[in-house]
Design a protein around this ligand. Sequence first.
Ligand code: SF4
Length: 161
Amino acid sequence: MDHLPSLTSDCSQCAALCCVGLTLDQGELFAIDKPSGTPCPNLSRDCRCTIHTDLVDKGMTGCTLYDCAGAGQRVVQMRFNGESWRDDPTLLPAMMRDFNALKPLHERMAQLVEAGTLDLTPNLEAERVALLTRHARVWSDSDTLRNRFDAFVSALAQANP
Ligand code: SF4
């Protein structure tokens, strides 16, 4: 489907939105506590991770497991013309709002693409494509869309027990 946004994260086109937006809880996956909306102390001025090659040894395994499915760079490039909150901190609340709104949509689109590798009935395939199209068109989540996605997953589970 060529109308889909990229679902592969590209940190070079983002502004480290996950390193700001995620809540980190000190424990097995993270060495530190950090509230959502606060930049990680390991983030450099130019939005690079200063311990990128050392994340596991530094107790930040959770960072290696995280994937925004392309939501971060889409927010930065499509909503903010490539600008960074580092240069204009007043952008941060709106960037966080858009990132949190878009992330679940991208995560579900990635799952819908994955579902396309299964042997689906024509009805399920039609619904999968319709859901992908709908998810790609909107910039924030809704109960309607979430419920429709959940219904698709339930139908998929019944068809492929
Ligand atoms: S440790 Fe690095 S990758 Fe993890 S949140 Fe901090 S800056 Fe981001």
